[in-house]
Design a protein around this ligand. Structure first.
Ligand SMILES: [Zn+2]
Length: 413
């Protein structure tokens, strides 16, 4: 049923084929158990507890930083000193490698479009179907099993391993990872390397990883006009006409030049609304809602100030609402990035593409605490869709890659 891994590990402590087979079954079992829990954001539905039990058995200390109905789990494992318990804190527990993920999923959407029950994990050939299979209960299972295997095989590994899970990633993302990061910061915890399990693969596991994400700004403009009879333009002020110049400017402007890992900043309108309710009356106001995805060459302040100045220049009587949804982040060349690239190459024979594409992720919060953050997970082709699915073989490969990354970072050679 399972294909064996290509590209045998070249290290003396590599996982033996017999042991590989042992963890393949565990990934499937855990992924299925997680999918069975209908954890529509911000509900955790017991997913964290399930993971916590496994981590406790593997010698982790587990804490919950729950807030406003959001479940946040923080678990840590340090090396076991001979004769001491697993939670005994050694003098030096750096580097700290953290696996980060979310237990919540988006709603199943239109049930009629699903060929299987969204919360009944169903295996067809090499695929598991179910909401969250690829985003991101599959990678969660792969991380946990890789870690269980690692701490069992290397109880005296250097440094420490952390798990950071939240049930508020797909929703508001206010009381989730942000809250965990603030709590850890207040304790003076520092993270060296963080691996986020978001689905980053396009076709074949490891073909693409995220080393950053663009920033995101949401904005709303309310333009005031003066309602009037269409036949008497001299007595009215039409906000639809007034807005057109500004829309054209924002939509066609070259905001900045693309850089190696980031495309140029872009503006998209997501709503324009203005009406009077009658064919012969012009409206009094116009509302437009928009989003910017921006590169580190730009900033929230620069973009906000430009839009407001242009509105003024075009004579618009306008009021603004702004939400700085996410700052961009980038993990520069360093040990984590290099290690992940090397392991992917060894395990899959692929030269991974380093990108910042896609939506925003919790990586932006983790980067505030972690020196280096990368995102690596399974194929993202069916995420947030009906019939979401993930390849079992891909999860096995992913588990093996996570395990090998841990070996590279936490085993002294
Ligand atoms: Zn996700």
């Amino acid at each position: 049923m399972f294909k064996s891994f290509k590209g045998l590990p070249d290290l003396p402590y590599a996982v033996a084929p017999m042991q590989q087979a042992k963890y393949q079954g565990s990934i499937l079992e855990l992924a299925q158990a997680l999918i069975r829990k209908p954890s529509v954001t911000p509900n955790d539905s017991g997913c964290s507890e399930l993971v916590a039990e496994k981590l406790k058995d593997a010698g982790f200390s587990v804490e919950y930083f729950n807030k406003n109905g959001v479940t946040n789990l923080w678990a840590k494992h340090c090396k076991i000193d001979v004769g001491k318990t697993a939670t005994a804190k050694p003098a030096n527990d750096q580097p700290l490698v953290v696996f980060s993920g979310h237990t919540d999923v988006v709603p199943p959407g239109q049930n009629a479009k699903w060929e299987t029950e969204p919360f009944v994990p169903t295996i067809k050939g090499d695929m598991i179907y179910g909401r969250g299979a690829s985003d991101m209960k599959g990678s969660l299972a792969a991380m946990v099993v890789a870690t269980e295997h690692f701490v069992k095989q290397y109880p005296q590994h250097k440094g420490s391993i952390g798990f950071m899970l939240t049930s508020d990633e797909e929703g508001e993302a206010i009381d989730g990872t942000q809250h965990i990061i603030r709590t850890l910061q207040s304790r003076g915890e520092t993270v060296d390397y963080a691996i986020v399990g978001e689905p980053t693969t396009e076709k074949q596991l490891g073909d693409s990883i995220r080393i950053g994400r663009r920033g995101s700004i949401n904005g709303k403009i309310l333009i005031q006009g003066k309602q009037g009879h269409v036949g008497y333009p001299e007595h009215l002020s039409n906000p639809i006409h007034h807005s057109s110049k500004l829309i054209h400017k924002l939509a066609t402007k070259r905001w900045d030049m693309p850089s190696r890992y980031f495309p140029s900043t872009g503006f998209q309108l997501v709503k324009v609304h203005s009406e009077s309710g009658a064919m012969n009356v012009t409206p009094a106001t116009l509302e437009m809602v928009f989003n910017f995805r921006y590169s580190p060459r730009n900033s929230f302040e620069k973009i906000k100030s430009y839009v407001e100045k242009k509105a003024k220049k075009y004579g618009l009587e306008a009021s603004f609402e702004w939400e700085h949804e996410a700052s961009p982040y980038l993990t520069k060349r360093g040990k984590l990035r290099k290690t992940v690239q090397k392991v992917i190459q060894q395990e899959t024979q692929l030269k991974t593409r380093l990108t910042t594409a896609g939506g925003i992720s919790d990586g932006r919060y983790i980067k505030q605490l972690a020196k280096q953050v990368i995102e690596l997970g399974p194929c993202n082709k069916t995420i947030h869709q009906a019939n979401e699915c993930v390849s079992i073989n891909e999860l096995n490969q992913l588990c093996h890659v996570y395990l090998r990354v841990l070996e590279e970072l936490l085993i002294r050679k």
